[in-house]
Design a protein around this ligand. Sequence first.
Ligand code: SF4
Ligand code: SF4
Length: 151
Amino acid sequence: MKNPTKKRIFPKEEYCLGCHLCEIYCISAHSKEKNLVKLFKMPNRPYPRILVEEKEGEYITFALQCRHCDEPYCITACISGALQMDQNKHLIICDEEKCVGCWSCILVCPYGAIRRNDNKKIASKCDLCIERGIPACVENCPNEALELREV
Ligand code: SF4
Ligand code: SF4
């Protein structure tokens, strides 16, 4: 039966301008600093949890995009219990306090959706901006190339 609270981000690559604003607003959303200029000067700022890749105007892909799998390999592999499923929202989230930076989750994720945050030596992944109503990347994409949909 369809669960009304289960949502995922769907990229529409044909609309992507390659502006990378989604990455910038992702960093801002996961930082206490909301001034974008100050954010860029900040040491140890968060890494973006969405990554737009492009090749000389030939193609654009969203390589770093967590699918919040129903049977997540990352949770199985996590040795510290840092990766957990939020049962209410069907999201895979990383408790940064518990992460020990072993990178097991990075090795097993089939989508390359977890990134090393070398500033903090912890895993960094999309949490669908769980504390916001709508993910920052979706909200701020100027060409509506990212869509939050119920699945
Ligand atoms: S903000 Fe939108 S248009 Fe810009 S890179 Fe991201 S997805 Fe593409
Ligand atoms: S990090 Fe990878 S394995 Fe874990 S839920 Fe996301 S896509 Fe699935």
